[in-house]
Design a protein around this ligand. Structure first.
Ligand code: HSO
Ligand code: ZN
Length: 433
């Protein structure tokens, strides 16, 4: 069901490299199709979006306005779902909001100072004017992802959050719409695919052009986001989900087995890896996996994921497990150990670090508070979770005093002459007394 490796084995490096390799093969056919759709929406606007929505989602509408939901629709969806679901969405939203409000306070505020000449220098932080959130329609329609995208935008102060969500055959997902109500989404259009990304990126008569598009999607959506990047901002192109667990052998094996399954059940291409220096524990987890897997409805997806990209790795030590984890830079990293704080300083690259036996990754997916939109495919080496900062931008502020102009003018003038730029030099010199 899952390969077993040992760092002490002679073939470990080769086996490990094979495990690490994953290519998001870009399908030329998809790229070409997406380029056509984008160009068509850019040229024909609403009419093109309506045509594609009729063709791909089998939803006929006379006008784009008919594909926009009202706040009353969202509230009706919220009222329609079971009370337990509604309360869980609200509880999750409160925690996610509280976390992102801390993020805003810690790193999302403007600052400035005056130097010794009275010159003011600073950084002004402003929210984006308008953002678009893509929500997939089919099997990957996660209400939790609506919260994770919209709440940081809301906390950042974005005044217009526009969600697009396809409704194949006109079927709406009430949980997704309820989550949009809870998260404070301002407008919702029931469109999807590359045509929805194009509508958000270029704007149409009905869909306003946004400044940034976030949210997951299928290969067409991912390709469309790549194409429009530059015209608008995008969050990231997320790959399949990944979990890496480092265990010291003190966690119940069933817990670890289920945590590995939890990401494997997202996708046949998801990756689940367990590292432990305790061989008996690895065997116990393997036994748990064999016993528990047949009890899960998504058994087939999990099995394919584990067979394809999963591994149980016996390491020489916890330190070595941490090194291997750093070389993978996983999206989710569980340090399932009695003293997680002892190992945490050794962990440098991960989208999110879950510490201790009680911290199942799934709690982070829904309601712990931090964002579940995380860097995948080793990009945690250089990128961060989706956050308030993704919905803000920074402007530098400079106000030079008369005295400051005397000091800076000399420096700037000298450097400008060095670059052969007379107007620059004279602009600085004119202000010298
Ligand atoms: N683990 C997924 C997020 C998610 N899980 C949504 C359940 N629902 C990506 O990190
Ligand atoms: Zn998940």
């Amino acid at each position: 069901m899952i390969r077993q490796l040992s760092t002490a084995a002679a073939d470990f490096t080769a086996e490990f490299e094979r495990l690490r390799h994953w290519s998001a093969e870009t399908d030329a056919a998809i790229e070409g199709r997406v380029a056509e759709i984008l160009a068509d929406v850019q040229a024909r606007g609403d009419a093109a979006v309506l045509d594609y929505t009729a063709r791909f989602d089998r939803v006929q509408a006379a006008a784009m306005a008919d594909l926009e939901l009202t706040q009353a629709d969202l509230q009706a969806a919220l009222a329609s779902i079971p009370a337990a679901q509604r309360e869980a969405l609200q509880a999750a939203a409160r925690r996610v909001r509280a976390y992102h409000e801390r993020q805003l306070e810690a790193s999302g505020r403007s600052w400035s100072y005056r130097d010794e000449d009275g010159t003011l220098l600073g950084q002004k932080v402003t929210p984006l004017d308008r953002v678009g959130i893509y929500v997939p329609g089919g099997k990957a329609a996660y209400p939790s992802s609506v919260l994770m995208n919209a709440i940081p935008a809301h906390v950042a102060g974005v005044p217009e959050i526009i969600m697009v969500v396809p409704t194949p055959d006109g079927v709406r997902n009430p949980l997704v719409l309820a989550a949009a109500a809870v998260a404070g989404v301002h407008r919702v259009f029931t469109i999807g695919g590359a045509q929805a990304v194009a509508a958000l990126a270029y704007g149409t008569a009905t869909v306003p052009r946004v400044d940034k598009i976030t949210g997951p999607g299928n290969a067409y959506v991912a390709s469309a986001k790549k194409h429009v990047f530059g015209q608008v901002g995008i969050d990231m192109i997320a790959g399949p989900s990944e979990i890496l667990v480092i265990a010291d052998g003190t966690t119940p094996p069933d817990w670890v087995a289920m945590d590995l399954f939890s990401q494997a059940e997202h996708d046949e291409l998801a990756q689940s890896i367990l590292l432990s220096p305790d061989a008996d524990f690895l065997a116990a987890v393997k036994a748990s996996m064999e016993r528990l897997l047949p009890t899960l409805p998504r058994e087939a997806v999990i099995r394919a994921s584990l067979q394809g990209r999963g591994a149980l790795i016996h390491t020489r030590s916890m330190e070595e497990a941490c090194e291997i984890s750093n070389s993978i830079a996983p999206e989710h990293l569980e340090i399932s150990a009695a003293e997680p704080a002892r190992w945490e300083p050794l962990l440098r690259h991960a989208g999110a670090i879950f510490m201790g036996a009680y911290t199942s990754e799934s709690l982070g997916d829904y309601c712990a508070g931090p964002n579940h939109v995380l860097p995948t495919a080793s990009t945690a080496r250089f990128s961060s979770p989706l956050g308030v900062y993704d919905f803000q931008k920074r402007s530098s502020l400079i106000e030079v005093s008369e005295q400051g102009a005397q000091v800076l003018g000399g420096i700037a003038s000298t450097l400008a002459h060095g670059e052969g730029l007379q107007a620059h030099a004279r602009a600085a010199e004119l202000r010298l007394k």
